[in-house]
Design a protein around this ligand. Structure first.
Ligand code: CAA
Length: 384
């Protein structure tokens, strides 16, 4: 077993760290307050190759491994989780799904510009449309329909809480083609945002990751060419499950970054802030909080890296991905809450980053499979 990173992995980590501090930190509080999508930051990340990190170079990607992706996600998420969720969705849910399961034509037409993140000089990213008003955790209960009309499908329905909902140009849409077949009647489709019948709903006013644009998307009699179906007929649910497995490594790494960002701030603050005549780091109650933070964060990091390593080795990473997600997201929520506590009154106001990190942490326990869903996946895996 080797716990050392390669020079390339360390270079990716450093590049992501520098980018986050130089390009994401300025204005992060304002973007959160105004719910402003970090378009400039995402465009620059695309230019640096961070939007298609694990895509093969022949399809416009950077050809990196999943370990590098975890390292980059952690560094960006320490500073701005609204940026990192956009990076995660495009890399894990959109590019990975297309690279793994798309046809050669789909890869040429859609994956290549999506991995580059730029097309004709404009930002070009994707979104993953599974959740519906009545189908979040219960993902087989899809109400969106795709009626088979021979050479095309007709798509109708509504999708909710879609990350990159307005900024994406391409949607991967999960829909029910044959309700009688249950999950085996579900398909996944590539849909372009500017096609007739596609409508972007109002932006959600969220607790956290307020810079990311989350919208509902509705489809009314949208014509989808048959060649835009991903995989064989009825493959859509498995496509969603396999794609989400990779997504969970991305969100676990985001949670890890939120936790480690809050920990670094709490550590620095405890050295500066004085109470009872000495820096608060000299009080054992603060030392123990910091010790517990550091321990949990290191465990979360090891979970994320193990899942990433298994994915890179083409091993089954269903279990490790879910363990990473549930542990890292709960670590993020706990650590950010404690970081606010260490900051006292300052931690409760918006000028101090821990306040935002605590709000951002919550979503990591919800999206791409709630903590409860991860426990279902874990228990099924260990009890089989
Ligand atoms: N890989 C491959 N196949 C899988 C699979 C996996 N990980 N998990 C399930 N399947 C297959 C099963 O084998 C089964 O197929 P067969 O009948 O051929 O054997 C089929 O899928 C149905 O499986 P289940 O009976 O286990 O289905 P279920 O209804 O019990 O649900 C679940 C399983 C794990 C709970 C699943 O519904 C799930 O993961 N739900 C959570 C969905 C989710 O993560 N939503 C997040 C929304 S996306 C998002 O947040 C994006 C964003 O914008 C940030």
């Amino acid at each position: 077993m080797n716990f050392e990173f390669t020079e390339e992995q360390l270079a990716v980590k450093q590049a992501a760290r520098d980018f986050a501090r130089q390009e994401c930190l300025p204005g992060v509080i304002e973007r959160d307050e105004l719910q402003r999508f970090p378009k400039e930051q995402i465009y620059k990340l695309a230019e640096l190759g961070f939007m298609g990190m694990m895509v093969k170079p022949e399809y416009g990607g950077s050809g990196m491994d999943t370990i590098s992706y975890v390292l980059a996600m952690e560094e960006i998420s320490k500073i701005d989780a609204s940026v990192s969720v956009c990076v995660s969705v495009n890399n894990s849910l959109v590019c990975y799904g297309l690279q793994e399961y798309g046809s050669e034509e789909q890869k040429q037409k859609y994956l290549t510009p999506l991995a580059q993140g730029i097309k004709d000089g404009e930002l070009y990213i994707g979104a993953f449309l599974l959740s519906e008003p009545e189908a979040g955790s219960d993902a087989t209960s899809q109400r969106t329909t795709a009626e088979d009309k021979g050479d095309h499908y007709v798509l109708n329905g509504i999708k909710n809480w879609i990350t990159n909902g307005n900024s994406a140009s391409v949607y991967l849409v999960i829909a029910q083609t044959d309700p009688a077949k249950g999950h085996k009647g579900i398909n996944a489709f590539i849909v372009e945002k500017n096609w007739p019948g596609v409508t972007v709903g109002a932006k959600e006013n969220k607790l956290g990751i307020r810079g990311s644009d989350t919208h509902s998307i509705s489809f009314q009699d949208v014509i989808v060419p048959k060649e835009n179906r991903i995989g064989a007929d009825g493959f859509g649910f498995k496509f969603a499950m396999k794609t989400l497995e990779g997504g969970r490594i991305g969100i676990a790494s985001q949670a890890l970054g939120i936790a480690s960002g809050a920990y670094e701030l709490a550590l620095a603050y405890s050295k500066e802030r004085k109470a009872f005549g000495q820096p608060i780091m000299n009080h054992q109650i603060i030392q123990f909080k910091l010790a517990d933070m550091a321990t949990k964060i290191e465990a979360a990091r090891l979970f994320c890296l193990k899942a990433a390593w298994e994915k890179d080795q083409h091993l089954d990473y269903t279990l490790s991905g879910s363990m990473a997600k549930v542990f890292a997201s709960e670590t993020a929520m706990w650590t950010t809450t404690e970081a606010v506590q260490i900051h006292g009154g300052y931690g409760y106001v918006k000028e101090f980053h821990v306040e935002r990190l605590m709000r951002d942490a919550k979503i990591t326990q919800i999206y791409e499979g709630t903590s409860e869903i991860q426990r279902i996946v874990i228990s099924r895996s260990i009890l089989k």
